[in-house]
Design a protein around this ligand. Sequence first.
Ligand SMILES: Cc1cc2nc3c(=O)[nH]c(=O)nc-3n(C[C@H](O)[C@H](O)[C@H](O)COP(=O)(O)OP(=O)(O)OC[C@H]3O[C@@H](n4cnc5c(N)ncnc54)[C@H](O)[C@@H]3O)c2cc1C
Length: 425
Amino acid sequence: MVVLGAGFAGLAAAQGLAGLGVDVLLLDRHNYHLFTPLLYQVASALLDPSQIAHPVRATVRRRRSLRVRVATVRRVDLDHRLVETDRGPVAYDHLVVATGSTTDDFGVAGVDAHAQPLKELPDALALRNHLLSQVESAQWETDATRRRTRLTVAVVGGGPTGIEYAGALAELLRLVLAREFGHLDQREMRVLLLEAGDHLLGAFAPPLQRYAVDQLRRRGVEVRLGTRVTAVEGGRVRLHDGSEIEAGTVVWVAGVRVSPLPGLTGAGDAAGARGAVPVTATLQLPGRPEVLVIGDGAAVVQDGRPLPMIAPVAIQEGRHATRVIAAQLRGEEPPAFRYTDKGIMATIGRHDAVVEVGRWRLRGFPAWVTWLLLHLMLIISFRNRLLVLINWAVNYLFYDRPVRLIVRAGPDRDREAVEGPGPRG
Ligand SMILES: Cc1cc2nc3c(=O)[nH]c(=O)nc-3n(C[C@H](O)[C@H](O)[C@H](O)COP(=O)(O)OP(=O)(O)OC[C@H]3O[C@@H](n4cnc5c(N)ncnc54)[C@H](O)[C@@H]3O)c2cc1C
């Protein structure tokens, strides 16, 4: 059995399948599992990468029948039941595809070249380096306009990642860096949150959406609703009304889309929402019962609505993949998948968050404690939980961001040895 992707969905599936005692091969292009909900804290200099990324081998080492290999998957050959990777072909009897999603630029010119994404671990490090470098450079800037541009960050996208990063950034600039860069004028440090729709946090109830706007504004974030970005250029974003904003850092967190692995879908197949692969109610590929697609990459419709691309959906689908394959191995009909919604939450900043579980809504300090405890519980490994807790406590008590380092990796001579030759994915 082969599982592609060691994210939330793939890891849950691989662990479940290994629990059945069958041989499982787990392939990922990275050797770590990334806890994306805290990625913005790496980008805002609060956490170290190793605290939110855990080696896959360490995570699964107790599962004897589970092997892990690092490889970039290039294509799936459904007819010959082969996965083509940069390391060579891999044969499968059952295949679980969980390769996730990528940043969606929505066709906006210049995003790729000039905006900073926040999807992968290297994105968060690049963003941290860029932002801290901008503040350092601003110290040398004698021209006031150029200095303000360097100190302006435009965050594009008012979903959970956008508000969490904007909130954390406002705190970093105003409460942490302002103390160390004494002669920079705080009024020149701007964080803008640009959202095309007329509210933030689309999945939340309107009172929580309004609360998030108010709280971000109180924290100094300039929230602009109904503001659609039409182009990103070096040092500025252009808006739908013809105006522009000078910003030395543009963070693009407007959404994600799926680029299905070549070979996975036929030319005539209609893609689901955001390019996701349509699957049956049992998460199988139509006409290919031996292939399951799960996580962000799968278009699953429940009660007439596509399921959101979030970690709980991915984890539940990963667990369900085990049930489907177990049923197949027993010669039984595979069960249909049903997602159990346990609620959504987002943090706005220091002791502030919003939580929604069914009709139950929470905001402010109690929501923040709920958010904090839940995320702490979900982080893989006791060591990381402890380190994250220490970093959070230091930040909370002393307004300190411990990882304010500008560190760029040197030439990666070993990369070929780990990732193999060929184009880089
Ligand atoms: C910044 C950010 C913050 C988020 N915050 C939250 C949150 O707070 N709560 C929440 O519920 N959801 C959150 N999400 C969404 C959540 O991360 C996704 O819904 C979830 O990760 C989907 O799980 P997945 O297993 O489908 O994909 P992923 O977790 O993305 O895993 C995909 C895996 O496949 C691997 N892979 C991809 N392509 C290849 C290839 N060609 N070859 C080999 N390996 C490959 C990747 O390396 C990765 O390990 C956030 C997402 C982001 C980007």
